[in-house]
Design a protein around this ligand. Sequence first.
Ligand code: C2G
Length: 134
Amino acid sequence: MKRVITFGTFDLFHIGHLNILERAKNQGDYLIVGISTDAFSYSKKAKYPIYNQHDRKRILESLRFVDEVFFEESLELKRQYILEHKADVLIMGDDWKGRFDYLKDICEVVYLARTPSISTTEVVEVIKSMPKNV
Ligand code: C2G
């Protein structure tokens, strides 16, 4: 039984999020997701997510390839989360490449290529730039 863990905000859930979670699950048998709390997300990006942490968590919990979701409160707790959840492998998108290599002493660390041309920020920008009468 290989336990996989991944982390993220997963705001305005989109196909890039779906792809990485599906691919993460395919790396093992059981997928655990640490979802950023609103406060942690604010500390990373200086803005709050559009969907609150409870709604973002419920969306992830409804996916058939996600087995467990918990709140990630800080970047510094990553080692503790991995140990607590007995994760064998950490998966992150390659926008984080190298950033978690220091955890290779407790688990395998794999960076997967991001899905091109989509991000929450871009979706928000596209909606903002739409003419008002559309
Ligand atoms: N992602 C992706 N392709 C995209 C957009 C996002 O593969 N087009 C991936 C990211 O690489 C990440 C995951 O989806 O692995 C979640 O993305 P975000 O919600 O942007 O996560 P982030 O805020 O970077 O949080 O402890 C680490 C952080 O909590 C990661």
